[in-house]
Design a protein. Structure first.
Length: 202
């Protein structure tokens, strides 16, 4: 299907298979026992909206690209049009979205505010290991294309002014193919633990 990613197509293929199996079961029910027709009809009416909702959830999901060297309009739609900072992609992301990061070091902020972290919305997945040309997640090589999320702000290699947390997040957080470094949770609550990752819920 044009414009759909692999996950969306697989989802709807599974939904189509399930719906077909459900219709076959309904027809068999008619032959076996008339009273089961109503059961199958009720089941169909109840399941179909749920399946459609699941499919729409995948359709609405997006892949957002982060490429500090991008020169396009910066809407995250491709590597050339990628967001130039992870914070921009996080601000645009919603549950079900994937954020693909080009290899390199991504710092929490270019300023010196230690409370700034990469705050990942619920249900958002972060994937590293991309060279910046891939169109499928399985094409990346995280071993070669090191992707680092860093809290080393302020004076380089001076941990005393680093971000308290590199990543904060809650339910459904996915981190894959990433190196996390430079957090320094040496403050007061809630900044005295979770230098690399601070889970706010879930």
């Amino acid at each position: 299907m044009a414009g759909w990613n692999d996950k969306q197509q697989v989802c709807c293929q599974r939904i189509g298979f399930f719906s077909m199996a459900l219709e076959m079961w309904k027809k068999v029910s008619v032959v076996k026992l008339k009273s089961m027709i109503n059961i199958s009809r009720h089941l169909t009416l109840r399941v179909t909206p749920v399946l459609l909702a699941l499919c729409m959830n995948f359709v609405d999901a997006a892949v957002l690209h982060v490429n500090p060297a991008a020169t396009g309009p910066g809407d995250g739609s491709t590597w050339a049009n990628g967001y130039t900072h992870l914070q921009l992609a996080l601000a645009a992301a919603s549950s079900g979205d994937e954020i693909w990061l080009k290899s390199g070091i991504h710092t929490t902020t270019s300023a010196t505010d230690r409370t700034v972290s990469f705050a990942v919305p619920n249900g958002v997945a972060l994937y590293g290991g991309f060279a910046g040309t891939e169109i499928h997640v399985f094409e990346r090589n995280a071993t070669i294309n090191h992707t680092t999320l860093s809290g080393d702000i302020g004076t380089t290699n001076n941990s005393s002014d680093n971000s308290y947390h590199v990543i904060t997040g809650g339910e459904g957080l996915v981190l894959d193919g990433l190196w996390i470094t430079g957090g320094n949770a040496d403050g007061s609550f809630p900044n005295y633990y979770g230098g690399g990752l601070y889970l706010t819920s879930g």
